[in-house]
Write a protein that binds this ligand. Structure first.
Ligand code: AMP
Ligand code: GLY
Length: 417
């Protein structure tokens, strides 16, 4: 079967690579893809949010039996609904179910209604009311723009002044555009974070191995928040007991809640969790694979990915068991110097010889005059797989020195904690 994958980052490269290993997969197309994906798939110049463009392409190529919609924007715009409407199969939640990520207020209300553990919160659409609440609430406090804001719509405020400034920024100055018209104000939680991505068909939920992202730009969690500077998997802190607790209190209840609300979630549901002193709580939901979590989780999966995708769509996930390599993976992101603020593009990239079980997942790369060049903030990720986390980490950093481009920036402490 031929497949179209939507997106063009490291996550999509990892999905394309895993699919390419399936005997059941024929030709892979990727819209828009990147220079690394181009080695495995035919990249087509359609933007990831161009629903009409994707619908036309799938119509003109009836050999495409499945479209995998990986990024949040096309999911929340209803790309899966549009494909289903013309009788085409697509992997990912419909628009109504993608709201679990696209609206933080929707997600928080869902958790409250169904007793799913999360930080206490209040939602405000009125600036004066939010200001009045912030004048007396407990500090630190967390402000979250309701809508999608490129992962930047969260402010952790350590003083009341910061909180009042932040709320004015969001609601009056419209720093996150319309995403900040409604704001969730929530209790500050403490604890270690873990990401659990799970396949679900709307009834059954199958968690993947737990992983952990490093979101800040610099070592020791200094600097600005980024899309993610590196990941490791499995997370040794998330125990079997916690996994069982989460299955009972979070994973299955969330999937059941969405079904009860009339928007069954089919696809990958990403649970951003915090292991607090009072048990594991939900920090956020995403309606998709994480980036760069996917780059450490999928290489450890041994199942045929196409079959798992199909089971999610067909509602037969109860017949699937996920199988994992007895190994660990570490991904170190190499970014353009200056990221996540301003940076230059177009620097040539050289990649030397790599050891076995090392994969480079491209993100912001392109070909210019036949040469591989940088084309984004996060340029690529070096994922190493080895028997345990310590050796995977050492291997990732050893092989990272085979990759070079001008002003490359990476963290030296991924997987160290
Ligand atoms: P989010 O975009 O919701 O994942 O938030 C970004 C980051 O902010 C999370 O990964 C956490 O590190 C932090 N964060 C979000 N909500 C809270 C909270 N209630 N308490 C403490 N930290 C939080
Ligand atoms: N790594 C965080 C995310 O994909 O949202």
């Amino acid at each position: 079967m031929d497949i179209l994958v939507i997106g063009g980052g490291g996550r999509e490269h990892a999905i394309v690579k895993k699919l390419s290993e399936s005997e059941r997969v024929g030709k892979i197309y990727c819209a828009p893809g990147n220079a690394g994906i181009a080695e495995l798939a035919e990249c087509v110049a359609i933007s990831a949010t161009d629903i009409d463009g994707v619908v036309n392409f799938v119509t003109q190529n009836p050999n495409i039996g499945l479209t995998v919609v990986a990024p949040d924007d096309p999911l929340s715009l209803g790309m899966v609904d549009a494909l289903n409407a013309i009788g085409k199969r697509a992997f990912g939640p419909v628009k109504g179910a993608a709201r679990i990520e696209a609206s933080k207020a929707f997600a928080k209300d869902l958790m409250k209604k169904y007793g799913i553990p999360t930080a206490q919160y209040q939602t405000f659409s009125d600036y004066e009311a939010a200001k009045a609440y912030l004048s007396e609430c407990r500090i630190p406090v967390v402000l979250k723009a309701d809508g999608l804001a490129l992962g930047k719509g969260v402010l952790i405020c350590n003083t009341r002044e910061e909180a009042l400034e932040g709320i004015a920024d969001m609601m009056q100055e419209k720093r996150f555009g319309s995403a900040g018209s409604t704001v969730v104000i929530e209790e500050f939680l403490t604890g270690r974070e873990v990401s659990v991505l799970a396949f679900t068909d709307g009834k059954t939920v199958l968690p993947m191995l737990p992983s952990q992202d490093h979101k800040r730009a610099y070592d020791n969690d200094q600097g600005l928040n980024t899309g993610g500077m590196g990941t490791f998997c499995p997370s040794p802190y998330f125990t079997k007991e916690m996994q069982e607790e989460c299955m009972r209190t979070i994973f299955q209840p969330t999937v059941d809640a969405m079904a009860k609300e009339g928007v069954p979630f089919k696809g990958v549901l990403y649970f951003g969790l915090m292991m607090t002193p009072d048990g594991v709580k939900v920090i956020e939901y995403n309606a998709r694979f994480g980036d760069p979590e996917t780059q450490v989780v999928l290489p450890l999966l041994t199942n045929d990915l196409l079959s798992v995708f199909e089971a999610c769509i067909d509602g037969t996930l109860d017949t699937v068991t996920l199988e994992w390599k007895d190994a660990a993976a570490v991904c170190v992101i190499m970014a353009s110097g200056g990221y996540p603020e301003s940076y230059q593009k177009g620097y040539p990239i050289t990649i030397g010889a790599l050891e076995q079980n090392v994969v480079i997942y491209h993100a912001g790369t392109a070909f210019k005059d036949g040469k591989l060049v940088t084309a984004g903030g996060r340029v690529l990720g070096v994922t190493a797989i080895d028997s345990d986390l310590v050796s995977a980490r050492e291997k990732a950093y050893r092989n990272l020195s085979a990759v070079s481009f001008e002003k490359a920036h990476y963290r030296t402490d991924i997987g160290k904690k």
